[in-house]
Every structure is written in C-alpha cells, then in structure tokens.
Design a protein around this ligand. Structure first.
Ligand code: TMP
Ligand code: ASP
Length: 237
C-alpha cells in the first residue's frame, strides 16, 4: 500500500499528491466544476465520487482491450493511485456527432453525424484557452514526437470504438470526448479521466443530455444526469 505524501498540485477538478513510491501519485477528485476556461464556477454535488469511480471503471475495461492506462488502484470514493506520468500537453478530442465548439466553428447543427469519427488536437494552455492545433504544430513545436502522435491517434480511435459500443449497450450515444496521454517509462499511456465532465452523453432514444453540458448551459438537473449515467453503467451511486 502506498502512503500519501505532500500535495503537488491542485487543478480545477482534482488534487494530486505525491506518494511513498516515486512512480505513483494519488489523485483526489473534487466536486468543483468550471467551464469556459474557469470563467464559470460552481459545484456539482457528488461529482468527484462519480468521476473517480466511472473513470476507474472505464480505464479497467480499456486495459482489458489492450490500452495501457494510468490506473493502478482505487483507494476510496474520491481517491485513486495512478502512475506518475509526464502529461503530453495536448488534449485529444474524438467526435462522433457534431456538438459544442465543432458546431460553433463550422455552423453545422448539433446532432449531425460526420461520415467518420473526427480527431482533433488542442494545445493545453490555460493562458491561451486551449487553442486547436494540428499534428504539424505538435511536432514542430516539440509538444509530441511523430511517433508519440501515431500512438496517441491510434489509441484515441481504439478508445472511441470501444466506448461507442460500450455506451450504445446501455442506451447512450457517445457524442464526443476529451482524453489526455502521459509519458511513462518511455511509453505513451492513457491518463487523466473519462467521465461526464469530459464526454458528451446523449440518451439514445430521447437525446437528453446526460453530461456536463447541463452545467455549462445552465440546464439544471446536473446531479441527476451524472447519477443516471452511473446507473446506466451499473455502478451504484
Ligand atoms: P467542445 O465541443 O467544447 O470542444 O468539447 C468537446 C468535448 O471535450 C466535450 O465532450 C467536452 C470535452 N472537453 C473537456 O473535457 N475539457 C475542456 O476543457 C473542453 C473545452 C472540452
Ligand atoms: N476545462 C474547462 C474549464 O475549465 C471545462 C469544460 O468546459 O469542460 O473551465
């Protein structure tokens, strides 16, 4: 069992602690919610517990599919031991249906289905508001190597294929999601989280939103939506 040491970092949704093992960290999920690069702030009661448990559940499923992740061990409702990675400063977004910023950027209506899943890269920078970039930018400016991007792209598509099928099985359309990767002993592995904060989930039949868009867009029913996603997956709240 690893021992929790000093806090290294506090982000918008998580705290990160060092441990007695230099290769491992503990993440602690908060109920704090932000949107629009921190401009909108609030609390989603119970979110930390849901995101921790859902992300761990999905990462363990993905491990079984051959995707290496940072997950090591769930310690408690909100805390998990993860591999200590060096985060690649790129947010990877996979889109199966037009929504959010893609709709704004292109004028295409939310709900339109592209002919194939669309992969996008964003440069992780709070000061710049995470601008969209392409693969050339990432390599040319040293944010990732060509080889790393190949692994990242292939893994993102594999994760998407698996998650689309998984969520379809519980009556949920996976509209889009954001993932991050980290370097660990020379490999690039899946890190960060997969949760209603980082995915768009629509009920397959009613198209009701079951994710953080309810918070971003002041729609109400945020906690209920997160709880409903836990129930769909078969995780009790
Ligand atoms: P977008 O349409 O606003 O670009 O968001 C695409 C997906 O990425 C959506 O599922 C929400 C997720 N996302 C994050 O997880 N973090 C972010 O900072 C942003 C902007 C989006
Ligand atoms: N990362 C965004 C923010 O801070 C949150 C989001 O829109 O999901 O505010």
């Amino acid at each position: 069992m690893v021992e929790q040491k000093e806090q290294l970092y506090e982000g918008k949704a998580k705290k990160v602690y060092a441990t007695s093992d230099p290769d491992l960290l503990i993440v602690d999920y908060k109920d704090d919610a932000t949107a629009f690069n921190g401009l909108k702030k609030g609390t989603i009661v119970g979110k930390g517990v849901i995101n921790n448990r859902m992300s761990n559940y999905l990462m363990q499923k993905l491990e079984k599919e051959g995707v290496e992740t940072h997950f090591v061990e769930e310690l408690s409702e909100r805390r998990t031991v993860v591999k200590r990675v060096e985060i690649v400063p790129i947010e990877v977004i996979m889109r199966n249906v037009v929504a959010g910023s893609l709709s704004k950027r292109t004028g295409l209506p939310e709900g339109e289905k592209p002919s194939m899943p669309v992969l996008e890269y964003y440069y992780k920078s709070d000061e710049l508001g995470d601008p969209m970039i392409n693969a050339d930018h990432a390599v040319a400016f040293g944010w990732a190597t060509d080889e790393e991007l190949k692994v990242i792209g292939a893994t993102a598509r594999k994760v998407n294929e698996y998650l689309v099928k998984f969520f379809a099985g519980v009556g949920v359309d996976l509209i889009d999601f954001k993932i991050e990767f980290g370097r660990y002993h020379g490999r690039v592995i899946l890190a960060d989280e997969i949760s209603p904060d980082t995915c768009r989930f629509w009920d397959s039949k009613t198209k009701e939103k079951l994710d953080k868009d309810r918070f971003r867009r002041d729609m109400g029913g945020v906690e209920d939506a997160y709880g409903e996603m836990m129930r769909r997956i078969g995780l009790s709240k």
